[in-house]
Design a protein around this ligand. Sequence first.
Ligand code: ACO
Length: 151
Amino acid sequence: QKLLPDQYQLRSLGSNDFARGHLDVLSVLTQTGTHTYHDWLDQFQYMQSHADTYFSIVIEDQALDRVVAVGTLFVERKFVHDNGRVGHIEDIAVANDQQGQRLGLRVIQALQYIGRQQGCYKIILDCATKNIPFYEKCGFQQKESQMVMYT
Ligand code: ACO
């Protein structure tokens, strides 16, 4: 079985992905805001200059020149666990018309691989209850509770 459909490529987020609909895919998840390309590039360049902390990846449909799936691993450095590192999986989204082709699974598998390569002793994430079965399929298990305070 092929890992990705033909003409799809999994790679790091690139500076041209704004034009390929990076934020359109993220808008499946939540409100993205009203970015100009300059606003988007600001954040992209910050992440590039902290490339040992932010690992943003995309799946691109190369035939359509369009981003179809996105995700980020944020690597947190800690004192505990002998200056250990924890990977946080954030902002996973697959375009509405592309869901159900295992693109989400491939994004998560790639981020898990990066997390292991970066020496993370664990990888964690927050998700809606309805997404628990998806993350279980990706190898995660439920643990404790999530809390939030909007500021
Ligand atoms: N309930 C049960 N099973 C599910 C669900 C679900 N809601 N979603 C996926 N699965 C299963 C699939 O059937 C598949 O199982 P299989 O391997 O036995 O065939 C497996 O999980 C992998 O599914 P994918 O095809 O990889 O899922 P998809 O590409 O559609 O991506 C995702 C899943 C990311 C949740 C997508 O539906 C999406 O973008 N949703 C909207 C945005 C969102 O909620 N993102 C997650 C936010 S949480 C976070 O970012 C940390």
